[in-house]
Write a protein that binds this ligand. Structure first.
Ligand code: C2E
Ligand code: CA
Ligand code: CA
Ligand code: CA
Length: 276
């Protein structure tokens, strides 16, 4: 029995080794891709609940590995954070997002995700300022998303950065709202305009009335604080109908309306929506 369990341990160790090597390889390749500016961006539209207008697009980072194909951003963003190079990705995404947004109809805004690491120092402020100047995008067309969980960072620094960015006219959104387990009292003290309610609060609203009640509670709270409400991860017609019935959303983002698409498709999708 002893030798058998040792055998298993060897297999286990080999697997760990392989996984470690694989991750090292991804690190090397990601660094090279970032240096060469190969991170691309897909855009997922947010619509008025009735689908009659495309108002904003979330910029989502994409990386296609030469051999492994598309790597999920959840994975490569985490790797970039471990390597301390995520701010380089942020900069590339902001640049591309602003360049693309200036070509879209003027009412459309673009929303870029910030990493927790972007909130640790004031570099991000200069990045945003210089990209806006370079691209000529009006600052009110740029939104920045900060995850609720990243607000556990030193709050005074976060507040300073967000206040500065907002003073330029940029809109600040709290992403994955409801999943960060942070105290709700911070919401009132931070310069925030939008909450994006996490898709985990939408998943079972049609089957489980308690989930709907929970979602409605979050909506009431957010409205009480004068925040705009984006509901994420809406996948079905039934979910959409329920959200509309209970007036739970100002904007809808999810597969029910659109997957993330290329920048070139946004103008056309916007036109189709406006004909509804
Ligand atoms: P997120 O910021 O919450 O972005 C929304 C994610 O939900 C996207 O996944 C989007 O494709 C997906 N999604 C949209 N609608 C639906 C739906 O109806 N159902 C389901 N199941 N999923 C939906 P994606 O593009 O794979 O991105 C995953 C995460 O990676 C993002 O979550 C964000 O945390 C991170 N990420 C992506 N791009 C960036 C970036 O440029 N910078 C940073 N720091 N993080 C990024
Ligand atoms: Ca986001
Ligand atoms: Ca989100
Ligand atoms: Ca997320």
């Amino acid at each position: 029995a002893k030798s058998r369990s040792r055998g298993r341990l060897v297999v286990f160790a080999e697997e760990m080794d392989a996984r470690y090597m694989e991750r090292q390889r991804l690190k090397t390749d990601l660094r090279a891709a970032v240096e060469r500016g190969e991170i691309s961006v897909a855009y997922q539209p947010m619509f008025k609940p009735d689908g009659s207008a495309l108002e904003c697009c979330e910029a989502l980072a994409r990386w296609t590995h030469p051999e492994k194909g598309a790597i999920a951003p959840d994975i490569f963003i985490q790797i970039a954070e471990e390597m301390g190079i995520v701010s380089d990705i942020t900069r590339q995404v902001i640049e591309k997002a602003c360049r693309d947004c200036v070509k879209w109809p003027e009412h459309i805004t673009v929303s870029v995700n910030l990493s927790v690491q972007d909130l640790r120092n004031e570099l991000i402020i200069n990045t945003v300022k210089s990209v806006l100047a370079e691209t000529g995008l009006a600052s009110h067309r740029l939104h920045l998303e900060v995850t609720e969980s990243s607000l556990i960072e030193e709050l005074s620094t976060v507040r300073l950065i967000l206040e500065q960015l907002r003073s330029y006219g940029i809109t600040i959104a709290i992403d994955d709202f409801g999943t960060g387990f942070s105290s709700l009292s911070y919401l009132d003290t931070l310069p925030v305009d939008v909450v994006k309610i996490d898709r985990s609060f939408v998943r079972n609203i049609c089957e489980d009335v308690r989930r709907l009640k929970l979602l409605r509670g979050i909506v009431t709270l957010s409205r009480g604080l004068n925040l705009q409400i984006v509901v994420e991860g809406v996948e079905t017609r039934e979910q959409l109908a329920l959200l509309i019935k209970h007036n739970c959303a100002d904007l809808i983002q999810g597969y029910v309306y659109s997957m993330p698409v290329a920048a070139e498709s946004i103008a056309e999708i916007s036109q189709l929506a406006s004909r509804k």
